[in-house]
Design a protein around this ligand. Structure first.
Ligand code: IMP
Length: 822
């Protein structure tokens, strides 16, 4: 397009007052959707309106991108398998500050914004914490004017939809793109060839230097789709680029000519399978070839794109670390390290040393887990088949690393074995975390405790070898989505009290502290909570046909279902409370609804059994008129970003009760506390720092600490001794084991009770007593409404530290060395 006259190219910036918006909606209904008001459905209006917002996003997007070029900005690239964005409509118009104008414009057309809002599908390209963190980070990066890009996969099927049938989880495919996605721009011209398999060819150039070239194999095309990410009221719009797999050639023509039409089409489908579906597992790994293909697919396309952008204005690769920072969200994209080496050496003909220097200065890696089953390893032979050149490079990276390590620890074979990228003990596997640590200049944990455990235990030897490399950056959440958008009542109350600056700078929310004792403010705070509870109760009645009394205490545990998160411990407490109500109907019990929500990985038998038990217990209690007006258990199906935004503002108690040392950070804990829920929690993940910030009096901490657990394990933990000596606990376990909640199949839950009594790896039994005690303490406070409200206000007021803006500022300063572009 060299003949295009840039000076002649002009376009109109769109107005954002109600009249402009009203006109734009009408235009889009006619010209984009092809409907008029006589035939338009709600969905048509929603699409027309989304295009109005999209127009206003794209003009800011272009301006922002051009500005990055004008400033020759250093960019940060956030590589993540998952981005759990949720809905975009309200987020976009609030961040662009056109919410009121839009409400008014739609109202004039006789349309309620709220109705359109509920028609939007969640973009659910993630499992849970890790993916939602990536989404919060994108919001903060844009809100801080940082030149940043997300890179990931445009999965055709996102996280499955969860249905509960007869108490059991059923997974339904989430084909979210069927509904048209107004938030993405396909970029067919931005596409790259991605190779799999083949072989490595070695050759010598005229100077005698050896080179390697990866040839043959199968090729798939990665095509870009861009989603604009608006910052909060700053006109910055960043880019999330997701890759979709397309067949290299639509048909294998040779086969087609031979009459094998079906085989030819199957080949096309196979290559396009790569971006078909998100693996629905949040904390264990699967050695599926397709998963490794997904990882390499998006990493390879992203690096090619990053280098293409770099070469627009630069020609020396030695400048790369000054212009590019790449953050690896967990080890899923760690293959980027050998891929960068391949590009620098095989394509750009750098020698090993300068290539390695550039690579390590560009990359940094975030660790998200201490669970051994979640630390990724790949069998060497899968690599050999799919990525032969990368295997060579990994072996060479490892050889050089072990050589250095050997110099430092002569004769110590054990340390070489422990730190090697190759695990020789398990049928030869590649430890992706070791590759990521060796190939990065910084590694970070996601809470103070987690980083401490990384340094002193999981990666202790690495920490000695690379002092200062492993740092902590505590996670955060975006106050825009998790308070400003999802809790409009509280948000307005806060802005009325201290002004709206907290939305941009959450540390300002501290000013609420002075109002914690103010009884008028307490009442308003409490009224907002009550309204949120009523709203949630209405939704539950409408969608689940279940009655919840909004005068009860709302006690909430929403997160993935996992043994270490201990939904079982919460359920044990519920059963103990049930027994108390039966035994002592006239005592002063706090009436409560215990809400559970969360998905189980489809192959995780124990987690699915826990969901079923929750539903069985809920049923028995619901059908027991002696207690049902004072205790209710409810499992809310299909927990996702949108349900989270409905539940969290209504929560009063937040259950954050993982086994100490197992939850890296948690972010649900932050969302709930920010919305004024008091936490019942263990000293785990970011709970530790919440305890520090919120103050010991305003959080209910209980249970074993990491040190206690180490000691207990050393002594030999015997869960049966607790069972024998605690009649309350014994009764709970016996009821489950003997089929009280499953009379039609009394042994249904033996897998659970046997595993607890014989092993109890997650210390449910050991923590039960102190959990019940702290629950009673919480109830005592709840009976004193003013005191509860005071503490709830202090929770909200003291969550300033947990903004993802603070988190991103730390990444920008300590790791990326990128500056805002205004
Ligand atoms: P990308 O950085 O190549 O992905 O392009 C993103 C957007 O940045 C484009 O759509 C343009 O609006 C803008 N852009 C791309 N190249 C240039 C350039 O060389 N100068 C100024 N703006 C550019």
């Amino acid at each position: 397009m060299s003949k295009v006259k840039h000076s002649a190219f002009k376009y109109d910036f769109l107005g954002s007052d109600p009249k402009d918006i009203q006109r734009s909606v009408s235009n889009h209904l006619v010209y984009t959707i092809g409907k008029d008001p006589y035939t338009a459905t709600d969905h048509d209006w929603m699409m027309a309106f989304s295009h109005v917002i999209r127009d206003r996003l794209i003009e800011r997007w272009m301006e922002t991108q051009r500005n990055f070029y004008r400033h020759d900005a250093k960019r940060v690239y956030y590589l993540s398998m998952e981005f759990l964005i949720g809905r975009s409509l309200i987020n976009s118009l609030l961040n662009m500050d056109i919410h009121n104008a839009c409400t008014e414009a739609l109202h004039k057309l006789g349309i309620e914004l709220e109705r359109l809002r509920n028609l939007e599908h969640d973009a659910a390209l993630g499992n849970g914490g890790l993916g939602r963190l990536a989404a919060c980070f994108l919001d903060s990066i844009a809100s801080l004017n940082i030149p940043g890009y997300g890179y990931g996969i445009r999965f055709e099927y996102g996280m499955f939809r969860q249905k509960i049938e007869n108490g059991c989880q059923v997974e339904l495919p989430e084909n979210w793109l069927i509904h048209d996605n107004p938030w993405e721009f396909p970029r067919p011209e931005v596409s790259y060839r991605i190779r799999f398999g083949g072989r490595v060819m070695e050759y010598q150039d005229t100077t005698g230097r050896r080179h390697f070239d990866w040839i043959e194999g199968d090729v798939v095309i990665a095509q870009a789709y861009d989603t604009p990410i608006p910052g909060y009221k700053n006109d910055t719009v960043n880019n999330l680029r997701l890759w979709s797999a397309k067949a290299y050639e639509d048909f294998d023509l040779n086969r087609f000519n031979e009459g094998e039409y079906t085989e030819a089409v199957v080949g096309k489908t196979l290559s396009e399978n790569i971006s078909k579906v998100l693996y629905p597992n949040d904390s264990s790994t699967m050695n599926k070839r397709l998963r490794l293909k997904q990882q390499y697919f998006f990493v390879c396309a992203s690096l090619k794109d990053i280098l293409r952008r770099f070469f627009t204005d630069h020609d020396s690769l030695s400048d790369l670390p000054d212009k590019v920072a790449i953050q690896l969200n967990d080890t899923h994209p760690a293959i980027a390290i050998p891929e960068m080496m391949r590009l620098l050496m095989d394509k750009h003909h750098l020698e090993w040393q300068p290539a390695w220097e550039i690579t390590t200065r560009v990359f940094s890696y975030t660790n998200h887990t201490l669970l051994p089953e979640a630390l990724e390893t790949w069998p060497v032979d899968i690599f050999e088949q799919l990525l032969p050149r990368h295997l060579q490079l990994i072996m060479e990276i490892n050889r050089r690393f072990l050589l250095m390590l050997g110099h430092l620890h002569p004769g110590d074979m054990d340390i070489l074995r422990r730190l090697s990228i190759i695990d020789e003990g398990n049928g030869r596997r590649i430890r992706m975390a070791h590759l990521a640590i060796i190939g990065s200049h910084k590694v970070n944990g996601v809470s103070a405790l987690h980083s401490e455990l990384l340094r002193n235990s999981t990666f202790k030897d690495f920490n000695s070898f690379y002092p200062g490399k492993i740092i902590n950056i505590t996670n955060g959440i975006t106050p825009r989505r998790w308070l400003y958008q999802s809790n409009r009542g509280l948000s307005t109350l806060i802005s009325d009290a201290i002004g709206p600056e907290w939305i941009r700078d959450l540390s300002q929310i501290k000013q609420l502290e002075s109002l914690a004792e103010d009884s008028a403010f307490q009442e308003r705070f409490c009224a907002v909570k009550q309204a949120n509870k009523q709203r949630l109760a209405k939704l539950i009645l409408y969608y689940l046909d279940s009655k919840v009394d909004s005068n009860m205490l709302f006690d909430v545990q929403v997160k993935r279902i996992h043994e270490y998160k201990r939904q079982l411990l919460n359920l044990f407490r519920a059963i103990a409370l049930y027994n108390r109500l039966l035994d002592n109907p006239n005592a002063n019990h706090v009436p409560r609804t215990i809400l559970f929500g969360g998905k189980a990985a489809p192959g995780y038998t124990m987690a699915k059994l826990i969901i079923r038990l929750i539903n069985d217990v809920a049923d028995v209690i619901d059908n027991d008129p002696a207690v049902s007006d004072r205790l209710k258990i409810l499992f809310i199906p299909n927990y996702d970003v949108t349900t989270a935004s409905d539940i969290i503002p209504a929560a009063e108690l937040s259950q954050q009760i993982s086994t100490a040392g197992m939850e890296a950070s948690g972010t649900g804990n932050m969302k709930l506390a920010l919305n004024g829920a008091l936490t019942m929690g263990t000293m785990d993940g970011a709970n530790v720092e919440m305890h520090e910030n919120i103050g010991a009096d305003n959080i209910f901490i209980f249970g074993l600490t990491t040190e206690d657990i180490t000691r207990l394990n050393r002594q030999g933990y015997q869960p049966r001794r607790y069972y024998d000596s605690d009649p309350v606990l014994k009764r709970v376990i016996d009821m489950i084991a003997n089929g009280f909640f499953s009379p039609e199949e009394p042994t249904r839950y033996r897998l659970i009770t046997d595993s607890l009594l014989n092993n109890d790896h997650f210390k449910v039994i050991a923590d039960f007593k102190s959990y019940l005690e702290v629950s009673d303490r919480a109830d005592q406070v709840y009976l004193n409404t003013a005191e509860w409200n005071r503490r709830a206000i202090l929770n909200t007021a003291r969550m300033g530290y947990f903004s993802s803006d603070r988190t991103i500022q730390e990444y920008a300063e300590k790791i990326w060395h990128v500056k805002p572009i205004r």
